[in-house]
Design a protein around this ligand. Structure first.
Ligand SMILES: [Zn+2]
Length: 458
């Protein structure tokens, strides 16, 4: 049992001073005591302690591509041109590359204030499309990177079986992703058996999108998942692009969110990633379902996706979390700021996503994204409270943006006022993984990462 101590902390009931937190040997919080004097032997977290943010949507290898698709194409440059760049890169990516890219990314995430990640993992096989000798080879690499860096992970193996709506044949660029239902369930079961007892690792499933499955396959895999697990997270890309919506309507007569609501039992276990294009009735249905909307504002802005109807969704009581997805940006404040600023620009208003008059927009966004992210990742995270994982981010109180700030003003100063990460220390699953702004393994990881990228991009 270890004890952490900090002068100021954001607890479920609000801000508290002189807080002692006990942590058991498995990294779970025992007691949280405010107004305590520093116990002997406690680790002093010198700064402002807040719950670490879950990053609910990541494709780790895409970090290596950040900035490589910013050259204008001939006409109609869109998501689909970016996807072409990504498919080309995948022809060369090895398991070692996958692991080192993920490790570098996860160090960057920890330094940015994320303490857990939902890894929506769809590259399963060799470049030829044949499975590796170990079916879970690339999943194992991702989980190895999470363990090396200390970040918590919900690993979400992706079911990708088709190239378009109605069971269209996949194109050659997709061959590393493909599994039928049986092989997919074998892969998931194997990961659950091997990692089920690790409190830093969760396993869920992710049907890639309605484009990549058929209704029968989706139903069968969900039924089997219910039998096996009964409660694991289910993530899906749902309505990112207007072309995807048009294709779905042509195929089924329904828009994607409406189709999913009619054909699957969407509840609190679900996370609908990029529910960007919804009409009013879909917005209300998704909010009422209790599922989490997985928002990735910097990626959605980078890809020119469009606006998620956040004000309307929140009015109906909808839940959301944030993810850095393609990792064009790896920053808690950038995601939340971009989300809010997008709607300010759209509506020509301020403080659009706060919960009402007199409330702090930054604090409302931060708390909502903690709760939604924790729900979507299906692990006990998102609060400094008994029974939760000890995932704590410490902000450097000496940074100028925090001067004279108190309580929720601290979160507003971080989310709207920071121009670099103010995170000084991070405790993740009870381990002190970032100390004084550094990870113990960061130099070795960075040099291996540079070497891998020089080869991959040469
Ligand atoms: Zn994605």
């Amino acid at each position: 049992m270890a004890t952490l101590y900090c002068r100021q902390a954001l607890l479920p009931d609000g801000w508290a001073e002189n807080v002692a937190v006990t942590v058991d040997a498995r990294g779970t919080i025992g007691d949280v005591t405010a107004g305590a004097s520093m116990p002997g032997g406690a680790v002093h977290l010198n700064g402002i302690a807040v719950p670490g943010m879950p990053n609910l949507h990541s494709h780790a290898f895409q970090r290596a591509l950040a900035g490589l698709a910013e050259v204008a194409g001939p006409t109609d440059d869109s998501f689909w041109t970016w996807r072409k760049v990504m498919y080309g890169f995948l022809d060369r990516l090895t398991p070692e590359d996958m692991e080192i890219i993920a490790a570098q990314l996860y160090v960057d995430m920890l330094k940015a204030g994320y303490t857990s990640v939902g890894e929506f993992h769809y590259v399963h096989h060799q470049p030829s499309g044949d499975p590796y000798d170990t079916l879970t080879e690339l999943s194992d690499r991702i989980i190895a990177a999470s363990r090396r860096t200390g970040i918590g992970i919900t690993h979400l193996p992706v079911l990708y079986a088709y190239g378009g709506f109605g069971g269209a044949a996949p194109d050659p660029g997709q061959r590393r992703f493909l599994n039928d239902g049986d092989r997919f369930l074998t892969l998931v079961a194997d990961l659950r058996t091997r990692f089920g007892d690790d409190p830093q690792v969760g396993v869920g499933i992710a049907p890639h999108s309605l484009r990549a499955v058929t209704p029968d396959l989706l139903r069968d895999v969900l039924a089997e998942n219910d039998r096996e697990d009964g409660g694991g997270p289910v993530h899906i890309h749902i309505a990112e692009q207007t072309r995807e919506v048009d294709d779905c309507v042509e195929w089924s007569g329904r828009r994607p969110v409406a189709w999913l609501m009619e054909n699957a039992d969407v509840d609190q276990r679900w996370c609908l990633v990029h529910a960007t294009h919804m009409d009013d009735s879909e917005t209300r249905q998704l909010a009422n379902s209790g599922a989490v909307a997985g928002l990735c504002p910097t990626t959605e802005a980078n890809l020119g996706d469009g606006f998620f109807p956040a004000p309307e969704f929140l009015k109906h009581g909808g839940r959301f979390g944030v993810g850095s997805d393609s990792h064009i940006s790896v920053s808690v404040y950038d995601e939340l700021r971009t989300l809010e600023y997008g709607h300010r620009l759209r509506l020509r208003q301020r403080n659009v996503l706060s919960e009402g008059e007199g409330r702090s927009t930054g604090a409302d966004l931060y708390r909502a994204a903690l709760a939604g992210g924790a729900q979507a990742l299906g692990r006990p995270i998102g609060a400094i409270a008994s029974g939760q994982r000890a995932d704590i981010v410490v902000l450097d109180a000496e940074r100028p943006e925090f001067a004279g700030r108190d309580g929720d003003q601290i979160l507003d100063a971080w989310i709207f006022g920071a121009h670099q990460s103010p995170v000084s220390d991070v405790v993740c699953g009870g381990e002190h993984v970032i100390a004084g702004g550094h990870h113990a393994d960061e130099a070795a990881i960075a040099s291996d990462y540079r070497r891998a990228l020089e080869r991959l991009l040469s």
